[in-house]
Design a protein around this ligand. Structure first.
Ligand code: ATP
Ligand code: SF4
Ligand code: MG
Length: 325
């Protein structure tokens, strides 16, 4: 099922003023599509997803916008109704697997709770399905794992269990927020291969948040590049990686030539988000900024079919290619 996100805004009121974390984000995840969201730390990736999924628990949070999933607006929905969708229709894989598992309940109970929150199925059937799913995510002794507790698991095993829980009800959309950053590189690859294969095999959709451009290159159909709570560029991975149009996307791709490297190698810092943002937020780091960039916010516009960019330049002619010459 597809997800259509439009003009999502999230602000936090804190003792030291307002933080404009997400400033009008729009993107789509089509049926059967794998979409990656990339951006530096603090660019608003998690807040965007958490706003859409109703997972922000901070008081004094102001959210706006629309996120349509199967014809329903998730942002306008009451938390009870949204909880029914989350888990059953949308599977969420959080960054920290141990945070997603209950330390004092046997894992078998956690599988039962997840299923029973949504469906009337007897224990025996749930157990059979859980064992099956644990086998699917590469757990060798599923009986032992199911009858044990989270603390008995390694990080990689715990993440596999969280993936099994998220996929237990066969959601049509899987959302994963940095699902593997806590794991070593080999386990990371195994787990991403696994999630992507399960999603593709079942023709489901997926939204994956990552710092790692290699992950996007290997697993995604489309990429959404975020900066300071805004979308800078959105398009097919192959096209964007061959010829980025936004100066920020260009800087990212130039600074991160290989898979597995983090985005923090880029010079300069993100501007503070403590005021209503005006103009292009990348202007302090942009080698091509002009007067208009400080006063007018560039809208996210379609520059060619399927490709959107938020920049005042005529990007096809004025932004240099990835490889000079
Ligand atoms: N509860 C909160 N209260 C105040 N500010 C917050 C809160 N949660 C997030 N922020 C701020 O919102 C901004 C966006 O944060 P977010 O966690 O979405 O970034 P991110 O892109 O997911 O970064 P990372 O890659 O490090 O996970 C940051 O400046 C962060 O400090
Ligand atoms: S709008 Fe201006 S500052 Fe922003 S990326 Fe384009 S040229 Fe650079
Ligand atoms: Mg995050």
């Amino acid at each position: 099922m597809s997800l259509h996100v439009r003009d999502v805004e999230t602000r936090f009121r804190t003792a030291s003023g307002e933080i404009h974390a997400v400033n009008g984000v729009s993107f789509d995840v089509g049926d059967g599509e794998l979409v990656g969201i990339v951006g530096e730390s603090g660019s608003g990736k998690s807040v965007t997803i958490n706003t859409i999924l109703g997972l922000i628990r901070a008081p004094n949070t102001i959210s706006r916008g629309v996120a349509t999933f199967g014809g329903r607006d998730l942002i306008a929905m009451r938390s009870g109704a949204l909880r029914k969708i989350r888990g059953a229709e949308i599977g969420f894989i959080a960054q920290n697997p141990f945070g997603a598992l209950n330390p004092v309940l046997r894992l078998s109970r956690q599988f039962e709770n997840v299923v029973r929150a949504h469906r009337r199925i007897d224990r025996k059937t749930i157990r059979r399905q859980a064992l099956d799913m644990l086998g699917h995510v590469g757990i060798h002794q599923p009986e032992r794992v199911l009858d044990g507790y989270a603390h008995e698991l390694s990080g990689g095993m715990a993440q596999r269990v969280v993936i099994a829980l998220a996929l237990m009800l066969d959601p049509t959309l899987v959302v994963a927020d940095e699902p593997t950053t806590a794991l070593d590189v080999t386990v990371q690859k195994q787990i991403l291969d696994l999630i992507a294969a399960l999603v593709r095999e079942r023709q489901r959709s997926m939204l994956i948040i990552t710092h790692d451009l290699g992950v996007v290159a290997n697993y995604c159909d489309r990429v959404v590049v975020m900066y300071c709570g805004r979308v800078m560029e959105d398009g097919p991975v192959r096209e964007v990686f061959r010829r980025p149009y936004h100066p920020y996307a260009l800087a990212l791709l130039r600074s991160v030539p290989r898979a597995g490297q983090s985005l923090e190698t880029l010079g300069g810092r993100l501007p503070k988000l403590n005021a209503e943002p005006v103009g292009c937020l990348f202007r302090d780091r942009c080698p091509q900024s002009k007067d208009i960039c400080a006063s007018v916010t560039p809208p996210l516009r379609e520059v060619s079919p399927g490709r959107k960019v938020a920049c005042h330049l005529d990007v096809e002619t004025e932004v240099p290619p990835l490889v000079a010459g």
